[in-house]
Design a protein around this ligand. Structure first.
Ligand code: C5P
Length: 357
């Protein structure tokens, strides 16, 4: 492990990272690739809803993880441990990559279309590099390239989380164009997640079946149009005006409805209850509704919880749905979470590197 120039040993203080959830405002499946993956076009935004990862140097032995909060499944499958192992392998002998003890406070629903596991992995890559003092040994561009490589290796959604703001995500999800933040405020978001974990591969496999495909050929155009509007400086209020179009701009919606019986009925129920467009994030099953502020989203959350308790809306799953009010983190113009792993400027630099021949 590297020491700071002043001789300080970093092992004394744990490294803490905030790992935000993401929301797909649009999601177009633009093609199927020979390797079975799908090419996408999506506008993604980070949310205030976040996990919190803390990483400390551990006694000799294996890396460990302790999860508090939501059940995140078996520790052996946790992407945090995979990300730490991949980061150690990528560093080789460059630093002394001692064992790490991770503590994950889980707030983001699991297998919900919010990419919580991928965000935890991005945070873990960043935290491991910091805990081992890799920045004292490797130059900034080497570090950025390494982060990019490890992130792509772990999963399609991981590279997005190094942006720290909205982005257009294309290819298999690993090509990320940072976008300016929303102007004039951070819109509120209501998230309703049925307690039915949905494996992404199953939704894509259903999408590939006859009849599972895009509900509308216009989703790609909508997604590209939204990306263009963000590039030119979209305001929070203009985004809200587009909620109706965006709520139907997810090519995986029909497949998710097939995988999760009752999801379509819940969506209709919420639309009736709240009188607003209801969209689907990623491969689901999380449904989203946009509001002008977090307090409006909180009021809607109270309404949705009461309606669920009273049986006015019915959600699939054995337990009542998870209902969360949060906000869109707009990026630099709105003030992204200070714990966001990597600054936008560094990601821009990374993009430039990528575009070099
Ligand atoms: O890359 P990741 O492991 O997150 O992807 C999980 C699964 O989702 C893949 O195995 C694949 O079935 C599906 N997928 C896809 N096209 C993408 C992203 C994911 O088909 N662009």
């Amino acid at each position: 492990m590297a020491e700071d120039p002043d001789g300080t040993d970093r092992r004394l203080s744990p490294v803490v990272r905030v790992a935000p959830a993401k929301l797909n405002l649009s999601l177009a499946v633009v093609g199927r690739r020979a390797d079975g993956y799908h090419d996408l076009h999506s506008v993604m935004v980070p949310l205030g809803l976040a996990d919190r990862l803390s990483v400390a140097v551990a006694p000799p032995g294996a890396d460990t993880i302790r999860v508090v909060g939501r059940d995140a499944g078996p520790a052996a499958d946790n992407l945090v441990l995979k990300a730490v192992a991949a980061t150690r392998a990528a560093l080789g002998r460059a630093v002394e990559a001692v064992p790490l003890a991770a503590r994950l406070e889980k707030h983001i629903p699991v297998a919900a279309g919010l990419a919580g596991g991928s965000s935890d992995a991005a945070a873990a890559i960043d935290a491991a590099l910091a805990a081992w003092g890799a920045d004292l040994v490797l130059g900034p561009s080497e570090l950025l390239a390494m982060r990019r490589r490890i992130a792509s290796q772990i999963g399609s959604d991981v590279p997005f989380f190094f942006v720290g703001g909205p982005a257009i995500v294309t290819g298999t999800g690993r090509t990320v164009e940072p976008l300016p933040g929303l102007q004039g405020g951070a819109p509120g978001v209501l998230l309703v997640t049925p307690t039915v974990p949905v494996p992404t591969p199953l939704v894509f496999a259903t999408f590939d079946q006859p009849g599972g495909g895009p509900a509308s050929s216009g989703v790609r155009a909508t997604s590209e149009h939204l990306g263009g509007e963000f590039r030119r400086g979209l305001s929070a209020s203009a985004l809200l005006q587009r909620a109706g179009v965006l709520a139907s701009a997810n090519d995986l919606a029909a497949a998710a409805d097939e995988v999760v019986p009752g999801l379509r009925a819940l969506r209709r129920g919420l639309t009736r209850l709240l009188g607003r467009p209801v969209g689907l994030s990623g491969s689901g099953p999380t449904l989203w509704v946009l509001y002008a502020s977090v307090s409006e989203a909180e009021a809607a959350a109270a309404l949705a919880r009461a309606a669920s308790d009273d049986g006015v809306i019915l959600a699939p799953g054995d337990d009542p749905p998870t209902v969360i009010a949060t906000s869109i983190q707009g990026g630099p113009n709105v003030g992204s979470d200070p714990g966001t792993p990597i600054e936008l400027s560094l990601t821009r630099q990374r993009q430039e590197e990528e575009s070099q021949p």
